[in-house]
Design a binder for this molecule. Sequence first.
Ligand code: MNH
Length: 553
Amino acid sequence: AENLCCSYPCQNGGVCLTKGFKDYECDCTSTDFYGRNCETPTFSKRIKLWLKPSPLTLHNLMIGNNWLWNIVNNIPFLRGFIMKKVYTMRSDMIDSPPTYESEHPYITLDANYNVSFYTRTLPPVPVECPTPMGVAGKKILPDLDVLVKKLFIREKFKPEPIGTSALFSFFAQHFTHQFFKTDIKRGPQYQWGGHGVDMTHVYGKDKHDENLLRSFKDGKLKVQTVNGEDWPPLSKDAQVEMQYIMPVQEDSKFALGHSFFGNLPGLFMYASIWMREHNRVCDVMKKEHPEWDDERLYQTGKLILLGETIKIVIEDYVQHLSNYNFKLLFDPSLLFGEPFQYQNRIALEFNHLYHWHPLMPDDFNIGGTNYTMKDFLVNPKLVIKHGMATFVDSLSKQNAGAFTVRNHGKYTVNVVKELIKHGRTLRLQPLNNYRKRFNLKPFKSFKELTGNKWLAKELENFYGDIEAVEFYVGLITEKRRPKAVFGEAIVEMGGPYSVKGLMANPICSPKYWKPSTFGGNVGFEIVNTATIEKLFCQNIKEDCPVVSFKVPG
Ligand code: MNH
């Protein structure tokens, strides 16, 4: 007997339930569809669907119509109205409380209560299904080594076409590592993070590490001064456990909030600039509140830096990524009074789609010297050697790589191989199922997926059936949208996870989002005026260097 749910008969978010050994039923509750397979919309849903613009139409509206957005961006009421729509439309796509985890193809209580799990937006493919993807495709998935050789290894560097800088690539990596923390010893379904933007990449993973990094004076973090600039302390002066991907000399070991950040100068740079920002904010707060002790200055500094982070992520980072002419806005009060859950769970699918290793170039020109990726690895001292200003200036002028096929650098091909392996172990559903889950039309052919004959042929050989294309392989082979960094699926999935993760942060909730939480108007103002440029320039003594997510010119 076969599990009839293996062919995913239930449409439009209906839940498949086997009924004995030879039947199934679809639970269409609150989907606005009915029928055996939840295939028929109710009358009012039919009208809504008819009125609803497609994701591509909306995308084109946002990246074009300069004249329209020039008006909208300058009318606060309109800008706020549209931003509220962005918040609610995106975050409504995410189940909250979370529904699935990786060990059961149905809802369990563990999905909610066991926070060691990544959550899952779609449940795993049942193990008894005839093929790894359900019923479609071959019984055995493509050989990983062949797949990686044909689709992933970079031969010639392909630059990111909208001019994204390497400063952006490292921002993406450093920011997301605070919440993508796979606990590989327990298995790829487990994680050891806090399910959101908690600033652990700056302050440390727990109170023990936090205390090692603190100076316990005026709220500040420990620093050492080299060449007249402040840098994180050496490991011997703050014994936080760090993890290196290759052996490293004692004098290159620094104590950082995240155990991985000693591996790359770009990550060390961000760790250092946030450390300086924290100490700068503590100085400002001490002036405002001479009555405050070390503890209060430290805790308030953390809240302010978290607020600055979300502000920068929305208004600089996502703004660049989206390439929208609409000016995005971070204003939590827009959600007050709306139905919205202030809780977040990191999804396995979000982690997988954020594997943006092609964004890393093979070499870096830093202040006129050329470094290969190999020179970069476990070499954080390069930042100190060139100085913060030169380093950030150089990364701003360095083009990132394109997120596409055959563009994974030498040192990251193994990461993508492991990732696809994890996707198989945890039985991720095929890309087309995720497209449907996020209101996108499933692809009908390999040509439609890739927009490229050669690639379509390769994929057809690998998978046989468009309904059997694996999640990550589908994401990287999908054609790019016009004037965009990514294809449709990454944006339409990443957008919801991202908006939900940022706006469900406790500081965005009504009892937190007010000046007193941030030490008064001065602290609140720091949050509300933060930019990536100010983050660097207020913490560099020389003239302000180029700080940009887009290569100038
Ligand atoms: Mn990256 C995980 C190396 C750049 C996003 N990355 C890993 C792992 C290694 C690694 C090693 C651990 C893999 C494993 O668990 O087996 N990453 C690199 C290197 C570079 C790099 C050497 C640059 C060079 N990584 C990037 C960039 C991004 C990124 C840029 C973009 C956001 N990486 C990830 C994510 C993970 C990861 C996401 C998964 C983390 C986790 O689940 O713990």
